[in-house]
Ligand binder design. Sequence first.
Ligand code: C5P
Length: 223
Amino acid sequence: NDIPVITVDGPGGSGKGTVTQMLARKLGWHLLDSGAIYRLTALAAVRQGVALDDEAGLVRMAAALDVAFEPTPAGEPAKVLLAGEDVTSEIRTEACGNNASRIAVMQPVRDALLQRQRDFRKAPGLVADGRDMGTVVFPEAPVKIFLTASAEERARRRFSQLMAAGVDVSIDTLLEEIRARDERDTNRSAAPLKPADDAQVIDSTGLSIEEVLDRCVAAAGQT
Ligand code: C5P
């Protein structure tokens, strides 16, 4: 498969979501939001009453998952559909993110979602956003970026987002959740969060989104 892929991995709140969306638009490439796939799996489990530690049940459900990403006008994130229903905002809650991270520790669940993610690789190219895009899903990608930021900065960003959305939370609670999720994502044995050996690491602490995008474009070189 010689369709080019740029992988962007990193912890939640590093700016990955916004930057990969802008990068894909700028290049005219497809976008894989792999976190959304884990979130959708977690949401479907809760809805269907599959326990979050029922590995076999989760695998069966993941294999049959009916998900779709519907493009929206430029500048807006894609609409996320679960069995035809718009769940775009529902999958963005902290609870859904935490549930996603709980099921994401199971290797069989990850295996069940692997091919689904690889299928996003279509011409003219793919920007892949996640935790293990460069290490597991697209290990042969010519351009790999690992985007990070301090936990404090990520908590502040998340806080502003939630405030803007009218959600009342404390920054300390957010920081705690971010640390707990980092810990789980980094220390799991199945595809732990870490830069690929050939990834370029970009620390977005103190950078604007435009500055981060510029660095990613520079990292992507001529592609
Ligand atoms: O990136 P996002 O916050 O949407 O991801 C939600 C959770 O899904 C992460 O905390 C992580 O545990 C899991 N995930 C993963 N591998 C990916 C993307 C997300 O394990 N490629």
